[in-house]
Design a protein around this ligand. Structure first.
Ligand SMILES: Cc1cc2nc3c(=O)[nH]c(=O)nc-3n(C[C@H](O)[C@H](O)[C@H](O)COP(=O)(O)O)c2cc1C
Length: 354
């Protein structure tokens, strides 16, 4: 299986399956001399971990990260940072029903078609358990970013949408609720909705909005590694993501240029920011903001028609521990992937001129 690495200079490689011994990763290219706040890394892992509230999967994992190399007395040494998270709460028997049978819209059949062999326990490598490794690396990348801040939040669940822009919200309150929506009234409605869906054995989708502030101008490498292209790839690589929109996004396509152009102030900032902080693939110093769409995930605790390996039609009953809505847990994953992109481009920008 190729494609387990992400980044050019700040590069993360991950390994592991949902019900294997451990998941983990290697970060190559983290500069030496970075004093790490290890508690901040664990804090981000705790924001992602299963079992943290009644609106997420009840799998119980401490998700304690163990660093194996690359850090000496709390400071990065410039050598590869190896780490692992031991899987503690596998209940592989829950998954024997998908050994020979394919969950509709999951990755069971495509993995079988491609590799001819599949660790079906807990979804194996296709499980979002892998994203815990991204959160470890992202939390380290965040610490490389100095005063650049990355804040994501739940902006919709099903058809419950926050109709405010990020600058009208107090993003410091995002983690006050399990659903991670920084609007208390909407958070309550979203929570209620997710509980209702869970009770029905169903799942529901939603969106995460992310804003990145204090980005210096000049990050991003035209032509193929435009900053927004790398952000798009980062986000679309997260399990269950079906859409990415930055700046004015699809709404911008309905506008005239005269209304869409971000006019300059004398200090080089712009009066509006429909460009979403990126022009020509390069950051312009304004806020970068984007939205990521997550589907209602595949595993529903209901009977569903499907096929088995032999191509026979049958009815399968979903079981095991699953997220009724992945969006609240996806918030730290989105932030982490954004941090990886920013850290990589911050290092790459140092090579752009003498
Ligand atoms: C945080 C998070 C938790 C997830 N939990 C589940 C889950 O409990 N059940 C499930 O079927 N899919 C879950 N998924 C989604 C699957 O990993 C994903 O749908 C699957 O790998 C197929 O990939 P695709 O949907 O991107 O095509 C989760 C995704 C994320 C981001």
């Amino acid at each position: 299986m190729a494609g387990n690495s992400f980044g050019t200079l700040f590069k993360l490689t991950t390994y592991g399956e949902s019900h294997g011994i451990a998941i983990g990763g290697v970060i190559d290219g983290c500069p030496a001399g970075l004093e790490l706040n290890l508690e901040a890394i664990q804090h981000d892992l705790d924001r992602r971990k299963p079992g943290q509230s009644n609106i997420v999967t009840q799998r119980k994992e401490s998700d304690t990260v163990q660093f194996l190399s690359g850090i000496f007395e709390g400071v990065t040494t410039g050598t590869p940072i190896g780490f692992q998270i031991v899987n503690e709460n596998q209940k592989s028997r829950d998954y024997s029903h998908i050994k020979e049978t394919y969950r509709p819209s999951h990755a069971d059949k495509t993995y079988d078609d491609k590799y001819g062999i599949r660790d079906y326990r807990g979804g194996g490598r296709s499980s979002a358990r892998e994203t815990a490794c991204r959160v470890v690396a992202g939390a380290i990348a965040k610490q490389l970013l100095n005063n650049i801040t990355i804040q994501a939040y739940t902006s919709s669940v099903g058809n419950l949408h926050l109709n405010t822009t990020y600058d009208q919200l107090d993003l410091s309150t995002t983690d006050d609720t399990a659903v991670r929506c920084p609007d208390a009234a909407m958070a309550k409605e979203m929570t209620h909705k997710i509980l209702e869906v869970r009770k029905a054995g169903d799942t529901i989708g939603g969106t995460v909005t992310c804003v990145i502030k204090n980005v210096p101008a000049g990050l991003g490498e035209p032509v193929f590694d435009k900053l927004h292209a790398d952000l798009a790839k980062a986000m679309l690589s997260i399990n269950a993501v079906k859409g990415f929109e930055y700046g004015s996004g699809f709404h911008g396509a309905t506008m005239n240029g005269s209304a869409h152009n971000d006019l300059y102030n004398e200090d080089g900032t712009t009066q509006t920011n429909l460009s979403g902080g990126i022009q020509g693939g390069i950051s312009n110093g304004m806020d970068i903001y984007f939205k990521v769409a997550f589907k209602p995930v595949a595993t529903v605790i209901q009977p569903q028609e499907t096929i088995n390996k032999a191509g026979e039609k049958l009815t399968m009953q979903g079981k095991g521990r699953h997220d009724p809505c992945v969006v609240p847990r996806a918030v730290p994953i989105v932030e982490s992937m954004a941090a990886l992109v920013l850290a990589d481009h911050l290092l790459r920008a140092r090579t752009s001129k003498i």
